[in-house]
Each structure stands twice: as C-alpha cells, then as structure tokens.
Design a protein around this ligand. Structure first.
Ligand SMILES: [Zn+2]
Length: 341
C-alpha cells in the first residue's frame, strides 16, 4: 500500500474568449462539483464521470491510502486570473507539504490552461510540484483530448494519459487508466523513459469525433500498440511510444526510448488508413462490365450535400477541361455553403 495524493485543477482556456476565469468561477459548482479540499474531495467527486472519480476508485481497489488535495474546475473561458491560479496552486502545494511523506501523486488536469501570468498553466504547476517532491516521486496526470501538450509538462510529469473519446465519454475511465499506470510505477519500480514529439498538423475539430474516421482509426491504432506492449515478449511494442493530438508520448519502458519512437508512432497514426491492403494496380475491367453511370443520371434526392461537395472537389482537381466546365452547375455556391453547415 502506498500513500498517494489525489487532486485536480481543470480549466480549458480559450484566450480569445471575452471573460476570464475568476476564483468565484472555480469555487462555484456547476455540472461538476465546486472547489473542494481535503477529505471532502473523495465523497464530492464520487459518481461523476470525471477523471478523479475513476482514479479514486482504481486506487482504492488496489488498497492504496489516499491523501486528498483540492479539486476544482471552471467553465471554459479566457485566461485564468492570477489570483485564482495562485490560490488553487498554493492550496495544492500546501497540502502536499503537509501530507509528506508521499509515494505518488495523481492529478486531474485539462492540459490547456493559460493563466494571466503563465502561458503554460499545467507546466508551471507540475514544475512547482516536482520542485517540492523531488525527482523520484511519480506524478501521473490525466488530460483532456484537447490538451495543449508542452515540453514543460512532459519534463515534470512522470506520465500523462489523455481521453480517447470525443465526445468525451471516457473521463472517469481515463482517470482509472492514469491510476493504474501510477500503481504500476509504484509496484514494478521499473526505470521510466519518456519521449516527446509534436507533429506538424492538427486534425480539424469537425473531424475529431472518435466515432468516425480518421480519429477512430488513429485511436484504434493506439489501443493496438498498447495491447502489443502488454503482450509477453512484445518487445517491439514496448519500445514504441504513442502520439496523437491529445496523447502525449509516454511509456514505462524496459529500455531507453528511441529518439525516433515518437516520429515512428505519429507517422503510423498518420498513415493508418493508407496501410490498409490495396491492390497495386487497377483490376482489369471485363468486357461485360458496365461503365460507371454519368453523374447526371443519379436521381437528385440521392445526391447529398456531402457527396456533391466531394464530387465537386474531385472534379476541381481533375485535369479534364470537361470536368471543370461541369463543376459550376453540379455544385453551385449555395449547395457548398449548405455542406459547411
Ligand atoms: Zn476536450
């Protein structure tokens, strides 16, 4: 049994939003509990689909002693005001100092917090905690799917675990996964290696739903990599780290992570769909095969706005002058606009 501190400080910052997050915003309960501290935290979060609830349940199931810090969140907004940030961060640091000795820390964070005086809100919080506890205490956090991962966060956290669903229906489950990772760090005592790589693109918001491609395939690949890592003798996968728009690269590894591990896994994610088996050449068309129907023969009601859009895109890229001349009547601006909605 280990003594594990649990707490959280959640805020999703949109710096272009008109209103800033005040202390009152963190103190007030909304769909989630308001600011809670100490022993109240455990009961206050129970039954919510939030990461700390899943972490508490998983850590308790493994018989660990929980040392509650504070937990709070505020609705998404602009910068977290300096006073609010320092008040919450100060409470977490004070409780950690009082609760010593501590074997491990679990933190429920969003990962996209910007304070008035710190652009990297979570990185600064983790820096302060690491400075207080030293290098040997494992610190594991759960993060939102839409986190803004920074090198500072990776440097000071031992491991970070992100949601794998959008819409986020696995929040408590993610806290549970983070807790199990912390448990593993404490019980197995293996050396920990990390790698961090930022890929040079973002998946547009409208394509981030994990119920559809490409996000569904990317997260299926992450699961596949992880299952490989748990296989006896799965050395290749154990040495592989993972990366996605929300998942930092982290792994308890038997050996130092290759500098190219992040490159390899992010490249795998990007090419997940392309790796499906495809014929290298077009199959021969039999003499009896019917030629494709011309677009004009398709009944109008079957041509959805999306299909019209992609048809227009294909025709627009075609080198055929004929296709280009048919583009305008097939996809007038008003229909393209309806696709965007
Ligand atoms: Zn999110």
């Amino acid at each position: 049994m280990a003594r594990i501190a649990v707490g959280g400080f959640q805020h999703e910052t949109n710096t272009f939003a008109p209103q800033r997050a005040t202390w009152a915003d963190f103190e007030r309960a909304d769909a989630w509990p308001g600011f809670v501290c100490g022993a109240e935290v455990i009961d206050a979060v129970q039954g919510y689909n939030i990461p700390i609830a899943g972490a508490v349940e998983a850590l308790r199931a493994r018989g660990h002693e929980l040392l509650p810090l504070c937990w709070c969140s505020a609705p998404p907004s602009a910068y977290v005001e300096r006073e609010a940030y320092e008040r919450v961060a100060g409470a977490i640091l004070d409780d950690l100092a009082v609760q010593a000795p501590i074997d491990g820390v679990y933190l429920d964070l969003h990962g996209a917090m910007v304070a008035e005086h710190y652009e990297d809100g979570e990185g600064e919080l983790l820096r302060r905690i690491r400075a207080l506890l030293g290098d040997t205490v494992p610190i594991v956090t759960s993060l939102d799917y839409h986190t803004n991962m920074t090198p500072e966060m990776v440097r000071h956290a031992s491991a970070m675990v992100g949601y794998r669903t959008d819409p986020h229906i696995d929040m408590a489950a993610t806290g549970g996964r983070a807790a199990l990772l912390l448990d593993r760090l404490l019980t197995e005592r293996r050396p920990l290696y990390k790698a961090y790589r930022q890929i040079d693109f973002l998946i547009p918001l409208v394509w981030q739903c994990t119920g559809a491609e490409p996000a569904r395939g990317i997260f299926a690949l992450i699961d596949e990599i992880e299952r490989g890592a748990n296989r006896p003798g799965g050395r290749r996968a154990v040495r592989t780290t993972r990366a996605s728009s929300a998942s930092p690269i982290r792994r308890v590894s038997r050996r130092p992570t290759s500098p190219n591990a992040g490159r390899r896994s992010s490249s795998m994610a990007m090419t997940a769909r392309r790796r499906r088996p495809r014929p290298t050449t077009s199959p021969p068309r039999s003499a009896s095969a019917k030629p494709p129907l011309p677009a004009s023969s398709i009944p109008p009601r079957r041509r959805s706005p999306r299909r019209c859009f992609w048809r227009a895109m294909r025709q627009g890229r075609s080198s055929s002058p004929t296709s280009r001349t048919t583009l305008a009547p097939a996809a007038p601006p008003t229909r393209l606009a309806s696709c965007a909605r």
